[in-house]
Write a protein of this length. Structure first.
Length: 232
């Protein structure tokens, strides 16, 4: 099913998550703090990381920032409450999704499977997309502008591909959650909004005045090719 690294300081919850995720079929590694998490991340190369925001010493946000310096591994943050500030801060730090305590193990496992499945299913898509000087190469998992390689996370890359495959067509947040995250019965539009903001910082010449990924108020987002056409 995949290897999961769990970073959780609460002894009882850490043990419960380890047993529950093993029962769900995952290979599980657990650590109690961010520093240990970074060490284990380098050693085991997990398919996904589940990390609590509130950790002793370096926080879960610090952990996300550190991981995103060198890794595209999917990250799900755990928050103690459905607080907009915590959720947005975690997503802006590099997390791909979030869950709130208390959570149902079966729903968490389903969420993990959906995210891993969506990432793996994207591997067979090889058609390159060229929009002016912006090149999206799904087979290579690479986006470049001119000579510069743009460093996107896996979810940011999938989000860009999903929008770019349908230029000038509006995609709602629900559609993006289903097609990018693989969630057809749960999800939060804030996740999409936060990733669009992160994506714009990396691909837009002026993120404050986005010209590629455009907001369609009340509907969703639209990819507008700089040259008005798509070249494959």
């Amino acid at each position: 099913m995949g290897r999961i690294l769990i970073v959780e300081d609460d002894d009882r919850l850490r043990s419960a998550l380890r047993l529950a995720m093993k029962d769900e079929g995952f290979d599980v590694e657990v650590v109690a703090d961010a520093e240990s998490g970074l060490e284990r991340l380098a050693g085991i190369d997990p398919d996904l990381v589940l990390v609590d925001i509130m950790l002793p010493g370096a926080s879960g946000l610090d952990f996300c920032h550190a991981v995103r310096q060198h890794s595209r591994v999917p990250i799900i943050i755990v928050t103690a409450r459905d607080d907009s500030h915590d959720v947005v801060a975690g997503l802006e730090a590099g997390a791909d999704d979030y869950v709130t305590k208390p959570f149902v193990i079966k729903e968490l496992a389903a969420r993990i499977r959906a995210l891993l499945r969506r990432i793996r299913f994207s591997d067979g898509d090889s058609e390159a997309m060229v929009f002016g000087d912006l090149v999206i190469a799904p087979e290579e998992g690479r986006v470049s502008r001119g000579e510069e390689d743009l460093q996107l996370t896996r979810i940011e890359f999938l989000l860009l591909c999903e929008l770019a495959r349908s230029p000038n067509r509006v995609k709602s947040r629900d559609v993006l959650l289903a097609n990018v995250w693989g969630y057809d019965y749960f999800g939060d539009g804030r996740v999409v909004d936060a990733h669009v903001r992160r994506l714009r910082k990396k691909i837009e010449p002026d993120p404050s005045e986005p010209a590629l990924v455009v907001t369609v108020r009340g509907l969703g987002y639209r990819f507008e090719p700089p040259e008005g056409e798509r070249l494959g």
